[in-house]
Ligand binder design. Structure first.
Ligand code: SAH
Length: 222
């Protein structure tokens, strides 16, 4: 965990509140659980020291290893689209900085998060320990294959883009479950929300977005 002085924490709490008002609520995010969760998670602790003053800005930020932490609004939109109530078990593919998992962990019963980059995996696992996020479990592997032993999941969120939704992830979603993922080409994607019902699969397009690549067996080649 980064060292932040007491009066510094107040400054960051204010920046966080401004982020919630200007970027989240004013753009139409209404789910109180999402708003509360994002008000609580100290986003500045999920970025490097050098970027700490930009942590609550209206843009994605680099987190090392060529990866990025999404813009706050995208985090809010994806989280809201999962329609979480509190008792869910959620799978995240692409742990990265851990910020998205931390937001989910405020809302749901348990978060399972998978990362394929060893450096980010180790660094973020340590951060979860130091911040005492006890309902997040981590795994170092290719997330395009999901996490079969722990399936089915009530919701799945993929925070990297691919050309299609990996079939193992659809298989590991429970009936009634929701999944959200950026689907498309190399440089831009559409945010796709999928719902699995007993009658089949329903998808909706939430709009354009831009994510780093989902790399793996059911994703892009390395
Ligand atoms: N949710 C993250 C976003 C990180 S960027 C956050 O809140 O910071 C996307 C992450 O997906 C990167 O860390 C990248 O290494 C990871 N990734 C890409 N392909 C993956 C795969 N097949 N399995 C697991 N993680 C993957």
């Amino acid at each position: 965990m980064k060292m932040v002085m007491k009066d510094e924490s107040k400054k960051f709490a204010r920046l966080c509140q401004t982020m919630i008002e200007k970027q989240i609520v004013s753009r139409g995010i209404t789910d109180p659980l999402v708003i509360q969760a994002m008000s609580k998670v100290p986003r500045h602790l999920f970025v490097s020291e050098a970027l700490i003053d930009s942590a609550y800005g209206d843009f994605p930020l680099p987190i090392g290893e060529g990866q990025t932490i999404s813009q706050p609004y995208i985090i809010a939109e994806m989280t809201q689209s999962l329609e979480l109530k509190g008792n869910e078990r959620v799978l995240e593919i692409g742990t990265g900085s851990g910020y998205q998992a931390a937001v989910l962990a405020q809302i749901v019963y348990k978060v399972y998060t998978v990362e394929r980059n060893n450096m980010l995996f180790l660094q973020t696992r340590k951060l979860f320990d130091s911040l005492k996020y006890h309902n997040i479990v981590t795994k170092y592997s290719d997330g395009t294959q999901g996490w079969k032993q722990e399936s089915p999941f009530d919701a799945i969120i993929i925070t990297a883009g691919g050309q299609q939704i990996p079939t193992p992830l659809i298989d590991q979603l429970s009936i009634g479950g929701r999944l959200v993922m950026p689907v498309g080409g190399n440089f831009s994607q559409e945010l796709i929300r999928l719902e699995k019902t007993k009658d089949g699969i329903k998808t909706t397009n939430l709009g354009a977005c831009r994510f780093v690549k989902l790399i793996g067996q059911h994703g892009w080649d390395e």
